[in-house]
Design a protein around this ligand. Structure first.
Ligand code: ADP
Ligand code: MG
Length: 394
């Protein structure tokens, strides 16, 4: 196969980290973000903004934040305002505020010592650095869930009360928290929550026609002209829509379909390439989704996997898996979540397709939920989860 037969013009435009210059169907949310920060551009010292972006996997949270970050920086520069957008993925730093802030401060002060400073000290050092440069920072905390899960309200207080330790000084640091599930913030104290929840931007799942628009943009950027027929785009959008409106899935599927086309020197990405790609995509996509689950969602799922590994039955009751989860928690030294939370985990994992949770019977004693594991062998799921949990521990 020679290169010039490739269906691709520029594969990098399909990379998960690529942020396109426009995000179809997120224009309104982008504008809203710009409006929230408009005052900051005009009177920067008077206000630090706090915004939450929420939505399920693949709804464009990360892309929206990064697009906004680049655009607001540009706007600020036009006004000769020194503003820097810093995007940190909390999960990469295992939800540790200290590690997250170390990463953030290193953007401004690459030689800032790694040891010997508390989170509060790093924050005030960051503010002081900004004072010295007369600069401002927008700190986007992606996968904020993992920070809340690990450090709870304390971390939020530290982040939001910085200004109280510097009376009369300009506000320097704005925050954008990116969470998959707003309910997660219920874990916080009311006052910690109220400092965060004033401005919430909720991203809805994409519809099929919306996914078509998103895909068409990428097709134009990444593929040779007329290498991708409309039918192919429709099929990809339809499959991604049934995967809960997930744009990440759509783009990954399109890329893989292109790879199949190239491997056969087809010169065109036909629907058959999509069908072949989809059968190979589930395992890897699921792995990425597994990784993005919260700690207790993982522990719960591990309980489910253990239950089905040890019992030769197709269905479990919620209380069976709740017991298995409690054992897992004990092993890992974690406090088990409440029954209500457990029910939520089951719903979430069900909507992501890891388990199936269905109401089995409505009796006088209420509803019983039954859980099954439709698609993944229990032993494999257990292995995968243990590896992820060990990585997070490390
Ligand atoms: P999330 O952070 O919500 O899981 P991402 O922001 O990572 O989702 O989006 C997943 C993928 O889909 C990324 O490659 C992103 O660039 C792309 N994407 C999401 N929404 C859009 C959109 N409206 N327009 C173009 N690409 C999008
Ligand atoms: Mg993301």
């Amino acid at each position: 196969m020679t290169d010039y037969n490739s269906v691709f013009k520029d594969e990098s435009k399909l990379d998960i980290n690529f942020v396109p210059s426009r995000l179809p169907h997120r224009e309104r949310e982008h504008r809203l973000l710009m409006e929230f920060f408009d005052f900051l551009l005009r009177c920067p010292e008077r206000m630090a903004q706090r915004v939450i972006i929420t939505g399920e996997v693949g709804t464009g949270k990360t892309a929206l934040a990064q697009r906004f970050g680049a655009d607001i920086t540009l706007e600020a520069n036009k006004k000769s305002l020194r503003l820097r957008y810093v995007h940190v993925n909390c999960r990469e730093y295992r939800g540790s505020l200290l590690l997250i802030l170390q990463q953030a401060v290193s953007v401004f002060r690459p030689n800032f010592p790694k040891r010997g400073f508390s989170a509060e000290e790093i924050l005030s050092a960051l503010a002081q650095t900004l004072d010295e440069d007369d600069a401002y920072a927008v700190l986007a905390l992606d996968e904020f869930d993992s920070l809340v899960e690990r450090e709870g309200s304390e971390a939020v207080y530290k982040l939001t009360r910085l200004q109280e330790t510097r009376p009369g000084k300009p506000q320097r640091i704005s925050l954008i928290g990116i969470v998959r599930d707003l309910k997660l913030l219920d874990k916080l104290d009311a006052s910690a929550r109220s400092t965060l929840q004033r401005n919430v931007i909720a991203l809805e799942k994409y519809s099929e026609p919306q996914l078509v628009d998103i895909l068409n943009d990428r097709v134009a950027m990444a593929f040779e002209p007329s290498a991708v027929p409309d039918d192919t785009v429709s099929l990809v959008a339809e499959l991604a829509q049934s995967e809960s409106g997930n744009a990440r899935f759509a783009i990954e599927l399109l890329w893989r379909a292109g790879k199949y086309a190239d491997s056969e020197d087809a010169g065109e990405v036909l629907p058959e390439c999509v069908r072949r790609a989809v059968s190979s995509i589930f395992p890897t996509m699921k792995k990425a989704e597994l990784e993005s689950l919260g700690l207790h969602e993982k522990l719960f799922l591990l309980g489910v996997a253990r239950f089905f590994k040890e019992n030769e039955q197709a269905y479990a009751s919620l209380s069976d898996v709740e017991k298995a989860y409690a054992v897992v928690c004990e092993e890992t030294g974690e406090e088990p979540s409440s029954h209500t939370m457990i029910w939520r985990y089951a719903q979430l994992l069900s909507s992501l397709g890891f388990v199936k949770a269905e109401v089995a019977a409505v009796s006088t004693r209420g509803r019983t939920t039954r859980i099954s594991l439709p698609a993944i062998p229990a032993a494999e799921l257990e292995k995968e989860l243990c590896a992820l949990l060990a990585k997070e521990e490390a």
